[in-house]
Every structure is written in structure tokens, then in C-alpha cells.
Design a protein around this ligand. Structure first.
Ligand code: SAH
Length: 385
């Protein structure tokens, strides 16, 4: 095996690498080799998607969470964070702002809540967004595991993308990172429901987790292929001091550069392996280096999620240490971002929803399929089974 052969092979077509070849790429350490890896991935990205970046305005809707993931700063048992949950009116206001500012899409994210009240708030927000944007604005939900009928209800109310990270595709590593009552199987089933319901399905993992091997990371990429994932949101693990996994682990410059490197390798390998999926340059990259997101773009990512949440709430939505942009308001973020993206020779697709090309490729091949997008039925009523 050598790097040139692997990179050439990867560039020829989708899913053209063996597990061992993926491991080879993920194990690279030499700076010159890493530069070649990133360049090859960037070449695939520009060929398939152009030198263009899609935006999602990120609305951090709340940090109340039923889960107790051992790595996450908003885990249920963390008593050091002030909990909040935005109502429909506030989320709608932030989404409207994003629409006026020409963000083609928003992501609504929160801790995991399964309740009728929450379900209805989201449906109300979705219908309102469809209304004020004439069904044009893209909406991704990132609201954790839900019952299938809740996913269906939100889909009918206007959501068309859902991001649910599997966190790691290794059931064993998953068990080590979560309390016993958190189920890998249920998370996996949720991804299948989302696919069945016609969502563009996003998933992702954390990289650089304690005890995670290059083989595990290669398996993560193979997992994305097997599920034929449309979008990937993944980032490096960053310790949070108020969590069992992160307690006592300082985010030193050495740790930051190691985690940044593994995060970028995963972006590049995912682009080389999966070609035309949407890949986000995760905020965790920016937490590790000021130019982390730009480096993500140059390693093959094509989506950025600028935060459009009111500043008052952002400090309480800290999944990991060192979250960026806690002081800059959304308008400032917009200007800063445009300059940064232009700085690496890319341009922003203002006003476009930026759907996953892979999604349309698949549904065309598989047609007939449910109408991918314009499927908004605002009369539908939710009934819990
Ligand atoms: N509750 C929702 C989404 C909110 S958390 C859900 O489960 O889908 C969003 C993501 O942040 C998680 O999926 C996880 O991958 C990531 N995350 C949590 N803690 C992290 C940490 N310490 N370092 C890096 N990423 C983290």
C-alpha cells in the first residue's frame, strides 16, 4: 500500500477503498502526507460540489436533556449548567432573522426531550418557517432519539433533514461512553426510521475518543456507507471538565492539535470515501483552532453552521470546553464568516438550502420515492400512539 495509489483510487469513484486502506489514511502522521490527504479530499469536493459552502444557521433551542452521556457538557447530571428551553416564538424569531439575513437553511438543535409539549412546539415552529419562507427555507432537526411517529409528524410539518449522530459505530465503545440504559440499537433504528420517512439523513461520530482505534474510525466511515448517509456532522472529542470522561483533563495545546488533526483526517477520509455527501466543518474544529472551520473546508467539508442563537443562551449550551463565539452576536458572526470563507477561496451559497447531492442521486436511482422536499401538509394533527 502506498499513499499515491490509495488517493488515486479513492478519487476515481465513491466507496472505492478497503477497510485497510481507510485505516492507512487515518493513521497518517507525517505533515507532508497529511497535506496530500487534505488536498486530495479537497479535489474531490471541488469536483463534485464546486468551491462553495452551504450555511445552516444554528439555533441552540435548549439544553434540557434526558440523556447522561459521559462526555457531554449538557448531560442530565451536570449541575453546573443553567438549563433553558426556548419557546416557539423565540425559535421562530431566530429563524426569521436567519431567513432575512439570507441563510438558506437552519438547524434546530437541543438536548434530548421526548414529550408531547416539545413535539408540538417543534411542529409549530416548522409550520411557521414554511409559511414565512414559502417553503423555501431548509430545516434540519437535531433533536435526538424520538418515536417514529414523532419523526413522521415533524416531517409532515416541514422538516426535511435530520441529524442524529451515532457517536461511534462500535457498539462496544458506545457502551463504554454511555450509561447502561442508553441504547445503541435504538439510535440505529431511529436512523432507519428517518430514512424510511424520506428525510435527508445525517449522522456522525466523535473522533479521538479515549480507547478509539483507527479501525473504529474506519468502521465509522463504512457505517456511513452502509446506511448510505446523506450528510455528516462529526467532530473531534473535546473534554468537558464537568463530565466523568473529561474531569481533570486539561485542554492543552498538545491535546488541541492532536484532536484537530484527527478531526480533519476524518473529514478528508469521509470526502474521499463518500464523494457527494454534505459534510459539516463542525464547530468543535473551531473550538480547537481559530481557523479550524476553514481547515475543515480545505480538508473537504462543504457546510458551516454559524450560530444564530441569542448570546444570552449560548453560554449554557456548552457541549465541550472552549466553545467559540460566546461573545459575538449573530450579525457579527455573519460578517466574520464571509471574510473567512473568502479567505480560503470559497464562496458562500447565500439563500440556498444546500441539500445533499447524494440524497437526490439515490432517490433518482430508486424512484419512485416520496417527494423529497415540497411536502408540507400544515393540516396534519399529531396523535401519540
Ligand atoms: N441531543 C441531540 C443533539 C445535541 S448534542 C442528539 O443527541 O442528537 C450534539 C453533538 O455534540 C452530539 O451528538 C455529540 O456528538 C457532540 N458532543 C457532545 N459532547 C461532546 C464533546 N465533549 N466533544 C465533542 N463533541 C461533543
Amino acid at each position: 500500500m502506498n499513499l499515491s495509489n490509495i488517493l488515486n483510487k479513492a478519487q476515481m469513484k465513491r466507496c472505492n477503498l478497503s477497510r485497510d486502506e481507510l485505516i492507512y489514511l487515518l493513521a497518517l502522521e507525517d505533515q507532508a502526507d497529511l497535506a496530500r490527504l487534505h488536498e486530495a479530499a479537497y479535489a474531490v469536493k471541488t469536483k463534485r460540489l464546486g468551491r462553495q459552502v452551504s450555511l445552516r444557521g444554528l439555533i441552540e433551542m435548549g439544553n434540557i436533556c434526558a440523556k447522561d452521556c459521559l462526555y457531554c457538557g449538557i448531560r442530565r447530571s451536570n449541575k453546573n449548567t443553567e438549563r433553558y428551553h426556548l419557546g416557539a416564538a423565540e425559535v421562530i424569531r431566530m429563524a426569521e432573522w436567519a431567513y432575512r439575513e439570507n441563510y438558506g437553511s437552519v438547524v434546530i438543535q437541543s438536548g434530548e426531550i421526548e414529550s408531547d409539549e416539545h413535539t408540538e412546539i417543534i411542529a409549530k415552529v416548522l409550520k411557521k418557517i414554511a409559511e414565512f419562507s414559502n417553503g423555501e427555507m431548509g430545516v434540519t432537526l437535531s433533536l435526538g432519539e424520538q418515536e417514529k411517529e414523532v419523526f413522521a409528524y415533524w416531517r409532515q410539518a416541514g422538516a426535511h433533514r435530520y441529524l442524529l449522530r451515532i457517536e461511534t459505530s462500535s457498539p462496544e465503545l458506545y457502551r463504554r461512553l454511555h450509561p447502561a440504559d442508553h441504547s445503541f440499537k435504538r439510535r440505529y433504528e431511529c436512523l432507519q426510521y428517518l430514512r424510511e420517512l424520506g428525510y435527508q439523513v445525517g449522522s456522525g461520530v466523535m473522533s479521538g475518543l479515549p480507547g478509539q482505534s483507527h479501525g473504529d474510525l474506519a468502521d465509522d466511515l463504512i457505517f456511513f456507507r452502509d446506511l448510505d448517509i446523506d450528510m455528516i456532522g462529526m467532530g473531534p472529542y473535546i473534554p468537558h471538565p464537568d463530565t466523568p470522561l473529561g474531569a481533570g483533563l486539561a485542554v492543552t495545546p498538545e491535546l488541541s492539535s492532536r484532536q484537530l488533526a484527527v478531526g480533519l483526517k476524518m473529514v478528508a477520509a469521509a470526502r474521499l470515501y463518500l464523494h457527494n455527501v454534505n459534510i459539516a466543518a463542525a464547530t468543535a474544529l473551531q473550538a480547537l483552532a481559530d481557523n479550524g472551520r476553514e481547515l475543515g473546508l480545505l480538508a473537504g467539508a462543504n457546510v458551516i453552521m454559524p450560530n444564530v442563537t441569542d448570546l444570552a443562551y449560548r453560554k449554557n449550551y456548552q457541549l465541550y470546553a472552549g466553545k467559540p463565539c460566546l461573545e459575538e452576536n449573530a450579525a457579527h458572526c455573519r460578517g466574520c464568516l464571509a471574510a473567512r470563507v473568502a479567505g480560503v477561496g470559497e464562496s458562500i451559497l447565500w439563500g440556498e438550502r444546500g441539500d445533499s447531492p447524494r440524497f437526490f442521486e439515490r432517490i433518482t436511482a430508486e424512484s419512485p420515492l416520496p417527494a423529497a422536499l415540497s411536502h408540507i401538509d400544515s393540516t396534519i394533527e399529531y396523535r401519540k400512539a
